[in-house]
Write a protein that binds this ligand. Structure first.
Ligand code: GSH
Length: 263
């Protein structure tokens, strides 16, 4: 796959946190897709989306050319690398995949911005990303970034709803998606396809992080969903799955009372 015509691509994305590929559903999606498709890459960590051609992360650099937007990047790699994890899907499966992708990327992604960057439970964990900013200007930068996120969510519409309404809308997304998935190993059967990268991108940051929310509680209560998320991480990011299970074992060892795993 990698030869003189195709130098290794550079993947610009946020640094990893919390034992998942990325807190950003889009960064997690793209890196997962690269591993599903077997396209080699090297990661360049950055906290600054403004470096990308569309002012967002992730983006790639392929032979010196920067390309943004996960779906456009994937189309580019399918064409140039001749790999396509969706090759075996029929028209109906492709249509379902697109609708699920739209639900997660054009609706649920805004709920994630709310749960992770506006809600107190999320901010408690995501505020640390400002640690790299000099302490003297940190509160100011934090207020500016938070103001930008809130404005975006207000214009998009999410922030006009109550917390309960936002959570309920997200639960509807997940109930529908989990119903379509059933308890198959991967979204469309025994082998992963592109939509698994999208679903895992949204699920990992919702379920496999310490960021508490009623959405995480719901997802945790769905055994097939938890097994799917763990399966995706174990298959495509074994280095993270091993670290996560070591952390889990250590916290069990250190616990003074028996702890119910997965509770
Ligand atoms: N449609 C884009 C969405 C990417 C996106 O929204 N990235 C977010 C992080 S999850 C971002 O960079 N936000 C920074 C900003 O909007 O300033 C894709 O598929 O790549």
């Amino acid at each position: 796959m990698t030869n003189a015509a195709h130098p290794i691509i550079k993947l610009f994305q946020f640094p990893r946190r919390f034992g998942i590929p990325n807190l950003s559903p889009f960064c997690c999606k793209l890196e997962t897709w690269l591993r599903i498709a077997g396209v080699p890459y090297e990661v360049v960590e950055t906290l600054d989306p403004r470096k990308g051609p569309k002012g967002k992360l992730p983006f790639i650099e392929d032979a010196g050319v920067r390309i943004a937007d996960t779906s456009i990047i994937i189309d580019h790699l399918v064409k140039t690398r001749g790999v396509d994890p969706d090759a075996r899907l029929d028209d109906s499966q492709r249509a379902i995949a697109l609708l699920v992708q739209r639900a997660l990327e054009e609706h649920y992604a805004f709920v994630l911005a709310y749960t992770h960057l506006v809600r107190d439970e999320g901010l408690r964990h995501t505020r640390a990303r400002f640690d790299a900013v000099p302490a003297i200007i940190r509160p100011l930068i934090f207020r500016i970034v938070q103001g930008k996120i809130k404005k975006m969510l207000w214009l998009q519409g999410t922030l006009r709803h109550s917390d309960e309404e936002i959570v309920e809308s997200a639960l509807r997304d997940w109930r529908a998606i989990l119903t379509v998935m059933g308890d198959r190993l991967f979204f469309f059967g025994d082998e992963p396809t592109g939509i698994d990268a999208v679903v895992f991108g949204a699920l990992a940051t919702s379920l496999l992080t310490p960021i508490a929310s009623p959405i995480r509680d719901f997802l945790k209560s769905q055994p097939a969903c938890v097994a799917y998320a763990e399966r995706m991480r174990a298959r495509f990011f074994p280095e993270l799955a091993n670290a996560a299970s070591r952390e889990g074992a250590a916290s069990l060892k250190g616990a003074s009372r028996p702890v119910q795993v997965g509770a």
